[in-house]
Design a protein around this ligand. Structure first.
Ligand code: ACO
Length: 378
């Protein structure tokens, strides 16, 4: 019997490796929807309601809304054992490495509160802890006391207060809700796919989320948020953007925050984040950074256009300006991304485990032929 010819794709570009009903990325037209809702319709919906929709495909009822809110406050607060563990971690360890290491060490409680599948509750528990861990890691790095969430406050109101020590304005909280909703879910991106591979071995949800976080960290993926704003800081001012872009392209250096594997037009998330950045960036430094980013985007479009190519800003490009204006340091940007994307990871874990088979591709062997080497020199 003859074997069918193997399909070869080193980067899985364009290869469909499974089905999902969680989000739809339409790269040619630049549309993104979660559970059938365009993201433009979701950015103003209360944050935890979008979380519920992404996880379960329906809006929460009144009881579920109230329970979820209480659950998230309860578990965002770190207990003594978690604080002790975090204190063992280097204060200047990158927050993404801290998260990847801490997630599998969290002790999942036995009691249940939400009346959902155990893995869903475990996933939401981890998501809440990630929020608490990010705020606490920052506070420890600043030699400040760790703060606790306050029942009754909105999710990101609590987060920003636990991070900075002061209550955010309603506008700041609203901007953070919107930015985090925009990056909550994105189909089979590298981090989610890594989590699905991990889940396919029947590893527990902590392992799957940790694998996803490790994958998100790289600069070609989530880490581009930190890299894009640091690039703008390094360039310094809009008048230097053109020369910077030309030099990068001449040396085949990638411009962070530009380009996307799926979007062949403007990333729908960048379209929403850019005006938000314009609204939020009011002080002189933020305005200069934003003007520099805009100048980089324009220079890229000129340079790529001259070569007959179209490369657009992705979600990472303007998000950094939004986070910067919220007082988040650049090295915490990707952890903030993980804090939102974790709900997507959980949704995929739940979806995938319903009907999963081990993910195991093949490789083309290009080494020495078996039996062709001399072992007497061993
Ligand atoms: N800077 C310079 N050139 C670029 C960029 C960029 N940011 N993006 C694409 N190109 C060029 C490539 O060099 C390539 O040129 P070539 O045809 O002469 O070889 C061409 O455009 C096609 O791009 P690919 O590399 O094939 O695009 P690919 O799908 O492999 O990569 C990626 C997509 C990794 C996102 C790429 O655009 C990139 O590295 N961008 C910068 C990093 C980044 O912003 N990542 C975040 C993505 S969003 C997210 O993950 C949440």
């Amino acid at each position: 019997m003859s074997e069918s010819a193997p399909i070869r794709s080193d980067d899985l570009d364009g290869v469909i490796v499974g089905e999902t009903a969680i989000s739809d990325v339409q790269g040619q037209t630049g549309l993104l929807s979660y559970r059938g809702f365009a993201i433009t319709e979701l950015v103003d919906v209360p944050y935890l309601h979008v979380v519920w929709m992404v996880l379960f495909g329906e809006w929460p009822d009144e009881q579920q809304k109230s329970k979820l809110k209480q659950f998230m406050v309860r578990h965002t607060k770190l207990n003594h054992a978690e604080i002790d563990l975090l204190q063992q971690v280097g204060r200047d360890l990158h927050p993404m490495l801290m998260l990847q290491g801490m997630v599998p060490l969290l002790q999942i409680p036995d009691d249940r509160m939400l009346g959902v599948d155990d893995d869903a509750e475990h996933g939401l528990f981890i998501a809440a802890k990630i929020t608490g861990l990010i705020a606490a890691h920052y506070r420890l790095s600043q030699s400040k006391v760790i703060m606790t969430p306050v029942p009754g406050k909105l999710f990101h109101e609590n987060f920003l207060q636990m991070f900075h020590g002061t209550l955010p304005t309603p506008e700041q909280r609203h901007m953070l809700d919107a930015a985090q909703i925009l990056q909550m879910e994105h189909s089979f991106n590298a981090g989610t796919f890594a989590g699905r591979v991990c889940a396919s071995t029947l590893a527990p949800i902590q392992s799957s989320i940790s694998a996803s976080i490790g994958t998100l960290f790289g600069k070609l993926h989530g880490g581009a948020d930190q890299a894009a704003l640091e690039m703008a800081m390094e360039i310094g001012s809009p008048d230097k953007a053109d020369a910077y872009v030309k030099e990068c392209l001449a040396n085949k250096v990638k411009i962070m925050g530009m380009g996307h594997r799926e979007y062949k037009t403007v990333d729908p998330r960048a379209k929403i984040l850019k005006p938000m950045a314009v609204e939020l960036c009011q002080d002189e430094e933020s305005k200069r950074l934003l003007a520099t980013l805009i100048a980089v985007e324009e220079a890229c479009q000129r340079e790529f256009g001259a070569k007959g190519k179209e490369i657009w800003a992705n979600v990472e490009f303007y998000k950094g300006a939004v986070f910067h204006s919220l007082g988040i340091p650049t090295h915490f940007f990707t952890a903030m991304f993980a804090m939102a994307r974790v709900y997507g990871y959980v949704a995929h874990y739940l979806e995938f485990k319903k009907n999963s088979r081990l993910i195991r591709p093949r490789a083309e062997y290009v080494g020495h032929p078996a039996g062709s080497r001399d072992r007497t020199a061993a």
